[in-house]
Design a protein around this ligand. Sequence first.
Ligand code: HEM
Length: 428
Amino acid sequence: MTTTQPDSPVQPDSPVQPDSPVQPDPRDAVDGAERSANPYLPEVASCPVPFYEALREQCPVASLSGLANTHILSRYDDVKFALQHPEIFSSALEAVDIGQTRPLIPLQIDPPEHAKYRRVIDPHLALKHLLPLEEETRALVNEIIDTFIDDGSIDAHAAFTIPLPTTVFLKLCGLPVENLEMYLAWKDNIIRPQVRHPEVAFDPDAAKRIRHETGAAIYAFFDEIIAERRLNPGDDVISRFALGEVDGERMTHEQMLDLGFLFILGGLDTVTSTLDCALAHLADDDVMRQAIVDDPSRIPDAIEELLRLHTPVMQVLRVVAQPFELHGIEMEVGDTVMVMIGASNTDPTEFGESAGVGLLDRDVNRHLAFGGGAHRCLGSHLARFELRIALEEWHKRIPHYRVADGAVLEFSPGIREASSLPLVWAAT
Ligand code: HEM
């Protein structure tokens, strides 16, 4: 079965529900008797842990809102198994439609072919290429903080968590930062089309049309960029990919397009969401915040714990490639599988009774927030690098802050981005 449901690392949202004065209980998004669940409700994205718990306990293989050919997996062992068995749970083109016309590279290529692309891409995103950028990245964080620190309040989503990672990423790709607004509109149109086009909120066909129009614009843009980088390669990662060889030959123009499409969406969205989740958590968790202020060497542990607990990319999608039975449920070839990594990351069977809260001193933290198996995130070094520097500099300069009085934070489903993040602190 094909699906317009989201995939990772870029996941379009479902329609936004009308505002309601009383926040509904996220557990009610799971119907154990019907073995059905809806992870796209806004109350789930804003507070997913109770939803995850109900899902794991009541129906470890649920259908998506009653659709017979969809299966949501939530227990840690099942999620890990699915990620590690692409011969059963395939990432092929049918798994998701985000406006692409061919399989995204490497996301929609199954092993063993998948490995040849990762061999070309991975070395260029290794930590050794990022560490030389550390001072410049630190300076950028401080420049951004300078623009609002004296005010004592800010929408940290608009002023910090968007501009910081996107600027770092665009510089790495050698893409003009002046075009940021255009790239942000692209990724919103693909991942959350209703943000800029509220009229499509309840119209999946209109949302699909916007994704495909945007997809065409992304292909056209990379068509020129790739042709130009092949002629005049620079030191940016796109040039380095273009010079890389797959099976002894340079990546073709088409292969580069299929990589570029995915790369820009993956690189522009996920770190913003992760920073939103992390700052929102730390604003409220005095113990963890004080611990990292007192000892910044604990920030990497905090990042892993916040990635685990908040799992900004809630789920990844697969398509069933051979019949499979799990917990008594038959899955047929072509069925869609929603691998709910957020639910696996809060499963007490792996993380103990404290699975649903944030702790800094976990001995083991085998979270799956970057996925697992062959498709494990290739941007994880970059993401951790940006998150570490952002949190180090922020807490040096703004050690104590909280969410503005009366503000109710709302996160988008699929990839959990805050609609706004109003923070306040004592202005100097
Ligand atoms: C904290 C931030 C990030 C999170 C939480 C995250 C999460 C994920 C997850 C869960 C997957 C697995 C997808 C699947 O199995 O279907 C993935 C894959 C991927 N991510 Fe990330 N990601 C992050 C940052 C980035 C960045 C910064 C980039 C770009 C530089 C990126 C590019 C990719 C790509 C290209 C893949 C596909 C890998 C493959 O198929 O082999 N990600 N990411």
